[in-house]
Ligand binder design. Sequence first.
Ligand SMILES: *Cc1c(COP(=O)(O)O)cnc(C)c1O
Length: 352
Amino acid sequence: MSNTLNWKDLVLPHILNLQAYSSARDEFSGDAKVFLDANENPFDKEQNNWNRYPDPLQKDIKVQLSEIKGVSKDKIFLGNGSDEAIDLLFRIFCKTGDSNVITCPPTYGMYKVSASIHNVENIEVALTGEFQLDVTGILEAANEQSKMLFICSPNNPTGNSLRKDDIQNLLENFNGIVIIDEAYIDFSAQKSWIHQLENYPNLVVLQTLSKAWGLASARLGMAFANEELIKILNKVKPPYNISGPSQELVSKSLKNKNAFDKQVKAILAERDNLNQKLQDIPGVKKVYHTDANFILVKINDAKSIYQNLIEQGIVVRDRSNVKLCDDCLRITVGTENENRELFMALTKIEQN
Ligand SMILES: *Cc1c(COP(=O)(O)O)cnc(C)c1O
């Protein structure tokens, strides 16, 4: 069933042959009394080791994540946000001015920006009217130069999950790397694709601590893939891509899975509440089904509603210029209080 493609043939030759930078921390990582190998300042003023370079492979965090996610630690790459993983994938698989990638708008804007940065053509195959994948269209648009396909599920900004059968079809028939961005998977009842890594060597799953884990400021993105590809990602990344303070903060937060579960539950409850109330706002034409921590709403005069909300100190995301999202606003689920303020503001607009 699995794709006959040999994913390794897609890796650019200079990357396959790349000799990785060997840092002081790579060459010696055991316990010692005196570290004079990395030209660090020896004074640890606040007794927190911040005068020292951090672990380049973030081993402690990977052990924790491996347990939480049920995936071997050798299948985990950590980046400075998912955005770093996306950038590295372009460096590994796409030749400037020659390769192309396929994206399915409306979707997360960073895939396209990253393609532009690397001077790689971005072929857009729009989602269907139901915001699902146009599988035939994607396979027809793909050619020899198509190295990567970006799928976002649950999708940003629409909020829905993409059908499993369609994704599976693409994993089996697209002759390139399939990247499934699961930034919002923790809010969804759908199963993660990280459990399918054994079946699809051309699969990369992206997740992040920026959303459900509440650590957007720490900048920690995860890529899950076969061990060999993880090794290549580690070879190409800057040696110390996750700072020591970030690693410390993340490690501490991952120990508190209870707090995480509680917050996700609260956000989901508030999502239901928001969903309900939005239906009753006059001018609202459609509240789209969501599996994420935001809701896409089609509303009359979206642009002026957006402006008016700003005047009342409330910022939502105007998506009305985005393909298939005419007159749509994307609203993040906030706290109960924040959501109440949103409704008070919306009600005010409607009275004027
Ligand atoms: C928010 C978001 C991310 C997160 O990116 P980070 O760089 O990890 O903060 C990734 N993908 C999608 C679709 C998002 O909406």
